[in-house]
Ligand binder design. Structure first.
Ligand code: ADP
Length: 164
């Protein structure tokens, strides 16, 4: 059977940590849908379209990976797309509490969707989109944290913001 997994997140923007998780998931599942969350309580730096495009460019050489956006309950979206697994990345113990709660809630509302947790390479465990935005905003070098096209778009974004 064709096993589909969905990797949901804000991806504002995609980092090398997210990419590491996508590659691991792509090795296990027949297809992986990276799903950009449209309505989150967060106000993203990049629009949904921009976040999707940045991911699309980053995953273009990984086979079996698609990029989409979604709104509403993630388990409903999993049902719609016929996905049996929900991928989440675990960086440190600090991620655990929130992820554990979400996984149990998702199981309550979508019994046939299994949450699967993957750990990135150690060197990515301290990476987060918010840290990277902060570094980029203050002119720091994010070369080793994000793909190069993302680094360029970050610089552009903060240049525009500065001129506003
Ligand atoms: P969300 O708003 O859903 O937390 P994120 O884009 O911040 O969206 O993260 C999406 C998923 O990727 C989450 O499961 C998060 O724990 C995981 N993740 C984020 N950064 C990393 C990283 N550096 N390494 C591994 N997983 C990560």
């Amino acid at each position: 059977m064709h096993q589909i997994a969905i990797y949901p997140g804000t991806f504002d923007p995609i980092t090398n940590g997210h990419l590491d998780i996508i590659k691991r998931a792509a090795r296990i599942f027949d297809s992986v849908i990276v799903a950009v969350a449209i309505n989150t309580s967060k106000t993203p730096l990049f629009s949904t379209k921009e976040r999707e495009e940045l991911i699309r460019e980053a995953v273009k050489n990984i086979s079996g990976v698609e990029v989409e956006s979604f709104s509403g309950l993630i388990v409903n979206y999993c049902h719609q797309r016929g996905a049996s697994a929900l991928i989440r990345g675990l960086r440190a113990v600090s991620d655990f509490e929130y992820e554990f709660q979400m996984a149990l809630l998702n199981r309550k509302i979508g019994k046939d969707v299994e949450s699967v947790f993957l750990m990135p390479k150690e060197k990515y465990t301290y990476l987060s989109s918010s840290m990277i935005k902060e570094i980029a905003e203050f002119g720091g070098d994010v070369t080793s944290f994000v793909p190069d096209h993302v680094r360029i778009e970050l610089i552009k974004k903060f240049d525009i913001k500065e001129k506003e």
